[in-house]
Design a protein around this ligand. Structure first.
Ligand SMILES: [Zn+2]
Length: 412
């Protein structure tokens, strides 16, 4: 009897949650290494993390591997938006010269499935919307961001550019104020808030009280955003989630630079109120690419099969079978590995030697093997499909992982 009652309560609870409208906000605060966010008192971030969690995380892809990714701002933002590293999304620096829009952003996936739902970008840098999200571009299927507040950095009358960059703090404040007001009134279903001032102080002063002050300002701004979300949850039938992260750390010597692959430049963090965090989050090695599938999961976005097979991130919420895939190639054999999160079932391993997806085409995968998830590894004989390039998809019962073997650069 006790069992039946408990089951009924769980059922009613999940029914109530199912009826709530899911909403998501993600925030990028620029250039704050993990050691700094841990050193400075951030009571607002702490209270958000108390509902979900705080973890150290990383940017930069696989150091020395095929997905190694510069620890540069726009590169990191696009890794978050697309759930892929730079070898796929192709944004190598802040020029954003040629993004590969075949790797769809969370905005595009969400809008294509839910054309009537509302999206928002509140940003201290206009390129985030116009170039990365690709608002209004044919290449993004004419994506339209419903609520936009950005481009203030181009208004030198209202925000004259002083040499100490205090104008960027004023822009951040205007961006956060507008985000809070819009969330309270219109409750966009998916919002991105981007704030820049911390990075400016980092570049200018490095590891210095002035940079730490900027981090304290961010914490106060997150307090306002958190209050707006709580207002919605208390007064409307909505289930909100917020993910807050940074796009890169800083150099160890002075704290002024970034872009390279040192530990401190790669070292980031994630704060969230998500109440369904899983082992991937708790592993302490989440990547910035993991946030996109987490948002998709919360918003009930069904990612189309071919796009799902390209996503490098693993969701940080809900159940998954495996994460942290590895691959090595030697003499016609590919050795694969993964960390087991749920050992039930088998993994289907499929391989292709083409990358037509990059041009918007299709790849024909060959099923090579199925092995128990709990094995944690598999070896695939590819001597009968010789190539300098392999894409491997591992279909687990609860999630999908992928890896490349890329010997094209070293091949003659
Ligand atoms: Zn940055």
């Amino acid at each position: 009897m006790k069992f039946i009652v408990t089951t009924a309560i769980i059922f009613i609870h999940s029914l109530a949650n199912a009826q709530k409208v899911p909403k998501a906000v993600f925030v990028i605060v620029d250039g704050i290494p993990a050691d700094v966010i841990e050193k400075i008192a951030t009571p607002s971030l702490d209270s958000i993390a108390a509902k979900g969690g705080y973890t150290r995380a990383h940017v930069g892809g696989e150091k020395g591997g095929y997905s190694q990714t510069p620890t540069i701002s726009a590169v990191g933002y696009n890794s978050l938006l697309t759930g892929t590293w730079v070898n796929k999304h192709n944004v190598w620096d802040n020029d954003i010269a040629a993004p590969d829009y075949h790797y769809a952003t969370i905005f595009r996936l969400f809008s294509e499935q839910y054309p009537d739902k509302k999206t928002a970008i509140f940003s201290s840098w206009e390129d985030n919307r116009t170039k990365l999200a690709g608002d209004g571009m044919a290449a993004t299927g004419n994506l339209r961001i419903s609520y936009r507040y950005d481009g203030l950095e181009l208004d030198t009358v209202k925000f004259p550019h002083d040499p100490l960059k205090e104008y960027m703090h004023r822009i951040d404040l205007a961006v956060v104020d507008t985000a809070c007001a819009t969330i309270r009134t219109f409750a966009p279903d998916l919002s991105w808030v981007y704030l820049e001032y911390t990075d400016d102080m980092g570049h200018m002063y490095g590891d210095h009280e002035k940079f730490y002050d900027a981090v304290r300002m961010i914490d106060a701004q997150m307090s306002a955003l958190w209050a707006a979300i709580q207002y919605r949850e208390q007064n409307f039938n909505e289930d909100w989630v917020i993910y807050i992260t940074t796009d890169h750390g800083r150099t160890a010597e002075s704290g002024k630079g970034h872009g390279g692959q040192s530990d401190r430049e790669r070292s980031t963090w994630i704060v969230t109120d998500d109440d369904s965090l899983n082992q991937v989050f708790r592993s302490g090695n989440a990547g910035i690419v993991d946030i996109m599938p987490s948002l998709a999961s919360h918003l009930n976005v069904n990612i189309p099969h071919d796009k799902l097979e390209e996503i490098d991130g693993v969701r940080l919420n809900g159940p998954v079978s495996a994460y942290a895939p590895t691959s090595t190639y030697s003499n016609g054999r590919i050795s694969l590995g993964w960390t087991v999160a749920d050992k039930k079932g088998r993994v289907r391993i499929r391989i292709t030697t083409t990358n037509n997806f990059k041009q918007g085409g299709k790849d024909e995968y060959r099923l090579m093997k199925t092995v128990p998830v709990k094995d944690g590894r598999a070896t695939i004989d590819v001597t009968r499909m010789p190539s300098t390039f392999y894409k491997i998809v591992m279909e687990f019962p609860l999630n999908t992982l992928n890896r490349w073997v890329d010997n094209r650069a070293t091949a003659n």
